[in-house]
Design a protein around this ligand. Structure first.
Ligand SMILES: NC(=O)c1ccc[n+]([C@@H]2O[C@H](COP(=O)([O-])OP(=O)(O)OC[C@H]3O[C@@H](n4cnc5c(N)ncnc54)[C@H](OP(=O)(O)O)[C@@H]3O)[C@@H](O)[C@H]2O)c1
Length: 322
């Protein structure tokens, strides 16, 4: 038996309880977990706002731990398939439907394990997999970010957004950000961003245009009513990478701006095994250290989820397991 944080019913917080760990199938192994990390996905699932929710499930997509005594990091993309352009029909994200990492141990395909980058602590490594994979694919595989290009990353307090800032800066891009918090913009500037604007203030897009002119690449996970403003901030030939919809549907997009400026809007989700391996190489080469906002014990996982719901984090919320 192991301790785990289990989603047992709709619209309820998680139960910290003992469960039996499933037996590994062929090609699967058991990893003794040291740390996990939260993603917004976990909160969407707890709130009942996610497709395919089932009960009971152990949530958690990010995990680091030990397999046969070696430190390993888990790729949360399960069975992506062979097509680099998109995931195949058997694709799953660890932590629903398969049991995930908010537990003392997890069973995953052996091929999803990579050695933990040596420059990261357990906590920092746990902050990397899902957010790092998503950030890497949207920036490089989808938007083909080039050195010297000007990038706008929205909602910089988010786990993916912050890793995208670190990666884009390391790749030699000029990065600007938006946030609902002035202090988060200041912290982003300290991490290498050139500047930013507060999306809660009227005219934030005009401020950005005045300060930064236009953008070659925009990385967005908010969508919603402000998406049209992002398109307006694009240079001709720009690429917009979108991987989330935190602010809801896009209602006010002007098609004329999209086609006249030859703008590409590129959806992106997680990433393939090749993306994951490239991400780990990039993070190791540039010694990127994910920003950890807070660390909670596994037994206190609901406090961690409440912190994410409050939205005051800057970076990743990590769960220490043992
Ligand atoms: N497709 C995929 O593979 C994939 C992967 C990961 C995440 N996602 C999605 O991407 C989103 C972010 O995920 P996460 O795990 O990084 O979340 P997170 O760490 O909880 O961060 C969410 C961030 O969203 C930003 N935000 C909220 N309202 C906004 C608005 N109106 N305009 C711009 N930004 C806004 C906030 O930034 P500030 O605090 O700076 O205001 C907040 O920090 C979620 O919707 C998630 O489901 C998708």
């Amino acid at each position: 038996m192991i301790h785990a944080a289990v989603l047992n019913q709709p619209n309820q917080m998680l139960d910290y309880q003992q469960v039996a760990l499933k037996k590994p199938n062929i090609g699967e192994v058991e990893v003794a977990l040291k740390c996990a990390a939260l993603n917004h996905r976990d909160l969407w699932i707890v709130l009942g706002q996610y497709a395919g929710i089932k009960y009971p499930t152990i949530l958690g997509s990010d995990g680091v731990g030990e397999y046969e005594g070696q430190p390993v990091l888990i790729n949360p993309s399960v069975e992506w398939g062979s097509d680099q352009r998109s995931q195949g029909p058997n694709y799953r994200i660890l932590g629903l439907p398969d049991d995930g990492t908010f537990a003392e141990a997890v069973v995953v395909p052996k091929m999803n394990l990579v050695p933990k980058p040596e420059h990261l602590t357990w906590e920092q490594a746990a902050a990397l997999p899902l957010a790092g994979l998503t950030a890497y694919r949207v920036l490089f595989s989808r938007c083909q970010l080039q050195r010297g290009e000007r990038v706008l990353i929205t909602g910089i307090g988010g786990g993916v957004a912050l890793l995208a800032l670190q990666m884009a800066t390391a790749a030699g891009a000029e990065v600007w950000v938006t946030s609902g918090s002035d202090s988060k913009i200041e912290r982003a500037v300290a991490l290498g961003a050139k500047g930013g604007a507060n999306y809660r203030q009227a005219g934030w897009d005009k401020t950005l245009r005045a300060d930064a002119e236009g953008f070659d690449v925009v990385i967005d996970s908010a969508a919603g009513d402000d998406f049209g403003k992002l398109v307006g901030l694009c240079n001709a030939g720009a690429r917009i990478g979108i991987f989330g919809g935190t602010a809801g549907k896009i209602n006010n997009l002007s098609p004329q701006i999209v086609f006249w400026k030859q703008i590409s809007i590129l959806g992106s989700t997680m990433g393939s095994n090749a993306d994951f391996e490239a991400m780990i190489r990039f993070v190791t080469q540039h010694e990127i250290v994910p920003i950890v906002d807070a660390v909670f014990d596994l037994a206190d996982i609901n406090q961690a989820l409440q912190k994410m719901q409050a939205g005051d984090q800057m970076g990743k919320i990590v769960v220490r397991i043992c």
